[in-house]
Design a protein around this ligand. Structure first.
Ligand SMILES: Cc1cc2nc3c(=O)[nH]c(=O)nc-3n(C[C@H](O)[C@H](O)[C@H](O)COP(=O)(O)OP(=O)(O)OC[C@H]3O[C@@H](n4cnc5c(N)ncnc54)[C@H](O)[C@@H]3O)c2cc1C
Length: 408
């Protein structure tokens, strides 16, 4: 009988941690989650689940879905607005306090143990075991999965926090006139093109709207002015703001290692977010599942290391995220052209919906370029340079931006 607290300790009970715990527990593997907050807890997040998540989840999350989205109202720098609608929903709106509480409950019902209100401060590896350090006491396990989100305590401690670009986003929960909540219950608002990598969204919830702006952390000075101008441009009759907060969005920009000996990192802690959209829940869930599968193989002796975890994250997630990064450079060079393409070209609009629904992926966008594919690499290199130069210009101008001024 092992003297460890569990075979696997998971740090953090976000989607990555709870799904990994659920997948391990249903196989009868002993798993302990250490979570710093007490649940339910607010999480700075749009709470938008793309359709492809539903097919990845091992159970239904129907009870926490507040709205189904099948329309997007696009705008470019607050103007040139148009509405695009699809027959099938492609985004499902949730509040993260309810979603995360449900995922954790599923893990616990499957047999995972959880201690909340406990903050992990460090980690030590020994031959055949890992020690997780907290202020109250230390815990040991054969394996540890770091799912602690953008704070990345574990990934930094074990040298797995490299090649991560810093994004950031603001999120507000705002009440509005009931008529507007009903009118826009199936519509997301999306504005883009204002500054390189910047975008803003409205997600309708059951009794309010979640509104956010995001982009590179280096251009954070643009975000508040952008936010104020954006909410004005939507025409929604907003009332009380319940909460407004910012949070980092880490974006891994190169393939790399996602494990160090007996430790794996998942989700935001590994920088697995989409550089185009900031979507991270899907990648948290998939990497959580991969970590559970690699743990089970290692513990049963089918695998002698956690290398298969790193390989899967690189092959199945990073390949896709790096393609999204390339598309992001092209988009940020010619945002108005892309905006017009989404408006005028049904193939482009349908392709957008299919990527969100998981029927297509970013790699297919590359394939669809057909005879233009050979020029793709060159176009990406030029775009990358142009976006970087543009970002430097915006950064300089950003230092003169008044917090309340709308961007120009
Ligand atoms: C403003 C904003 C809007 C977003 N909107 C969307 C969206 O609409 N759709 C989407 O897919 N993605 C969105 N994202 C990204 C998404 O929120 C993250 O990618 C996702 O939450 C990552 O899940 P995770 O499980 O890796 O980490 P998290 O959800 O961050 O969970 C980490 C958990 O670890 C706990 N923890 C942290 N440190 C410690 C510690 N030291 N010890 C113990 N516990 C710890 C935290 O309390 C937390 O519960 C958004 C992000 C931001 C900032």
């Amino acid at each position: 009988m092992s003297s460890h607290d569990a075979e696997v300790i998971i740090v953090g009970a976000g989607p990555a941690g709870s799904i990994a715990a659920y997948e391990l527990a249903i196989q009868g593997i002993s798993v302990l989650i250490l979570e710093k907050d007490t649940f339910p807890r607010y999480k700075v997040c749009g709470g938008g689940l793309t359709h492809k998540i539903l097919t990845e989840l091992p159970f239904s999350v129907e009870e926490v879905i507040e709205n189904r989205i099948n329309s997007v109202r696009f705008s470019h720098k607050f103007s040139s607005q148009f509405l695009r609608t699809s027959a099938n929903p492609f985004i499902y709106c949730t509040m993260r306090d309810r979603l995360d509480a449900l995922l954790l409950e599923k893990a616990v019902n499957a047999g995972a143990k959880v201690i909340t209100g406990i903050q992990v401060t460090g980690i030590k590896q020994y031959p055949g075991s890992v020690e997780v350090i907290t202020k109250s006491r230390n815990y040991t396990a054969t394996l540890v999965i770091g799912s602690e989100g953008a704070s990345s305590t574990i990934s930094r401690a074990v040298g797995l926090y490299g090649d991560i670009a810093k994004g950031m986003a603001w999120e507000a929960e705002i009440e509005a006139e009931k008529d507007d909540i009903d009118t826009y219950a199936q519509t997301v608002f999306l504005d883009w093109g204002t500054f390189p990598g910047g975008y803003a969204w409205v997600f309708p919830k059951k009794d309010h709207f979640s509104i956010g702006v995001g982009g590179p952390a280096s251009l954070s000075k643009w975000m508040m002015p952008y936010y104020y101008k954006f909410i004005e441009s939507t025409g929604i009759r907003f009332k009380e703001t319940r909460s407004i907060r910012s949070w980092p969005i880490p974006v891994k920009v190169k393939k790399g290692r996602f494990h160090n000996n007996l430790i794996m990192v998942t989700g935001d802690a590994a920088g697995l977010t989409d550089p185009m959209t900031g979507e991270g829940i899907y990648y948290a869930i998939r990497s959580g599942k991969f970590a559970a599968s690699a743990s089970a193989d290692f513990l049963s002796g089918h695998s002698s290391s956690l290398q298969p975890f790193t390989d899967r994250v690189n092959d199945e997630l990073m390949t896709e995220l790096l393609e999204a990064n390339r598309i992001q450079y092209i988009f940020n060079t010619i945002p108005l052209k892309i905006h017009q393409l989404v408006r005028d070209n049904d193939r482009v609009w349908n392709g957008f919906g299919k990527v969100l629904r998981g029927e297509r992926n970013y790699k297919d966008v590359h394939t669809a370029l057909g005879k233009w594919k050979s020029l793709w690499k060159l176009a990406v290199s030029i775009s990358k340079l142009r976006v970087k130069l543009k970002a430097i210009r915006y950064k300089k101008r950003g230092s003169q931006v008044n917090h309340q001024d709308p961007p120009v």
